[in-house]
Design a protein around this ligand. Structure first.
Ligand code: HAM
Length: 426
């Protein structure tokens, strides 16, 4: 026997038992997006590699280590999308969304690909939903994006009050104030530079803000003791923007904690950054992350346009909902299972089955030519609400006994009346 092939490391099949959970989450997201007046965009699975190099940042982990990049037959360098903000902005510029919608409110649900080390809550193919509000510089847009994220979790049963969620918030300033902050950061850390890990020492000059992303405990200790807070170094405009964001969150009673080390691992952010974490997850505890990115549209060749958004992992959301038992009961059931007696009735029974399906009845019959007893077992296994037994006599008479599998109650119905029976009883 030849060896069987399994799915690639870090990728998962979504099996029939699991797909109702996905549909439940997807339906919730479609519904909330409509309520908040966001419109869906679906982009291709691959893009030109330079979109991510320019959009996400050449020195980020995603671009340097995690992308699935390949040459096609025309020697074009293509990459499976590792995130969707850059593709959405590419599409926004290419299709001139701004001409119809000065504020373009977009949402997406999509598979993504990152070659990371797989572990619980971290896959190489994973799924995100997210939103991007492109065109407004004002802080109420930041708050709408955060409120949207919180609302999805609330409606699915996860709340900050129940201790499931923590909203972490920061502002990383803009091109007016960040250079001065980075200078101050380097000055404070200079005496401890040789105690930092090798990666932090390499990043010290060129990518100073990324020091906050380091997982090394001793580096984090040095930062805790010596790093100035970026929110203490914001210019007036950034300070005012951040003040209004926190004021509005207070107004909406959305609890948050200020985390001055939250710089996020992608290069495009300006001003507001946020993440929602959950203690229901393991080491990979970020349910979602996002922030403002006022320079990206311009960097990708569009007109200078401010924007803000977030994206959330669906696998992590499923883990959190499962751990709290927050999914509804998705037990599969069908309305009717037709039990056949004898081979001669099969074709005519199949015609009845098809007619019922056309009328919207969820029904099935035996396709494995099993005994009557085995067919009843199958009807039970499928949680059929009703069964009918069809033999020569029933077909001749044009009617059959229909049995309620819960109560055992039986009644005669004509084949022509079956559709009506299900309309009345289900
Ligand atoms: P991100 O922080 O890279 O941001 O990803 C957002 C979320 O996607 C994470 O918080 C996590 O829930 C999920 N996620 C990321 N990587 C994986 C993985 N390997 N396996 C499972 N889940 C994962 C972004 O992608 C930005 N584009 C967000 C954004 C939108 N910022 C502005 N607009």
């Amino acid at each position: 026997m030849s060896q069987h092939i399994t799915s690639v490391k870090g990728t998962n099949d979504i099996l029939p038992e699991e797909s109702p959970k996905w549909r439940y989450i997807e339906n919730t997201i479609h519904k909330i997006s409509e309520e908040y007046n966001y419109r869906e965009v679906r982009t291709p699975v691959f893009e030109e590699t330079q979109l991510f190099a320019r959009g996400v940042g050449e020195y980020t982990d995603i671009v340097t280590k995690e992308m699935y990049t390949f040459l096609d037959k025309g020697e074009n360098s293509l990459t499976l999308k590792p995130e969707l903000t850059a593709p959405i902005i590419r599409s926004y510029i290419q299709h001139h969304y701004d001409q119809t919608y000065p504020l373009s409110k977009i949402y997406y649900l999509t598979p993504l690909f990152r070659q990371e080390r797989p572990q619980a809550g971290r896959q190489r193919q994973f799924h995100q939903y997210g939103i991007e509000a492109i065109g407004s510089e004002y802080p109420e847009t930041d708050v709408e994006v955060i409120a949207f994220a919180m609302d999805v979790y609330r409606r699915l049963g996860l709340t900050a009050e129940a201790g499931h969620l923590e909203l972490r918030l920061n502002s990383i300033g803009d091109s007016a104030c960040r250079p001065d902050y980075l200078e101050a950061l380097r000055t404070e850390l200079e005496p401890h530079r040789s105690d930092l890990c090798k990666t932090c020492q390499e990043r010290f000059e060129s990518n100073t803000l990324r020091l906050f992303d380091c997982k090394n405990e001793s580096c984090q200790g040095i930062l805790d003791a010596h790093a100035p807070k970026i929110t203490d170094h914001l210019c007036d405009e950034c300070h005012e923007h951040f003040g209004t964001v926190t004021e509005l969150l207070d107004e909406l009673e959305i609890p948050y904690m200020l985390d001055h080390k939250l710089v996020r691992g992608l290069d495009y952010y300006t001003r507001t950054t946020f993440e929602i974490t959950s203690d229901l997850l393991g080491a990979q505890d970020a349910l979602c992350g996002g922030g403002r990115y006022d320079k990206l549209v311009e960097e990708l060749g569009g007109n200078s346009t401010p924007a803000v958004g977030f994206a959330a992992g669906i696998e992590r959301l499923i883990m959190a909902l499962e751990s709290e038992g927050l999914f509804p009961d998705f037990t599969d059931s069908i309305d009717l299972f037709i039990v056949l007696v004898g081979d001669s009735v099969r074709n005519r029974a199949y015609k009845i089955l098809q007619r019922l399906r056309e009328q919207g009845v969820h029904c099935d019959m035996d396709f494995l030519r099993r005994s009557v007893k085995a067919q009843f077992r199958e009807a039970n296994r499928q949680n059929a609400d009703y069964t009918i037994v069809l033999g020569e006599n029933e077909l001749e008479a044009g009617e059959a006994t229909i049995k309620n599998m819960d109560t055992g109650e039986e009644q005669m119905v004509s084949f022509d009346g079956l559709g009506g029976f299900f309309k009345r009883n289900l």
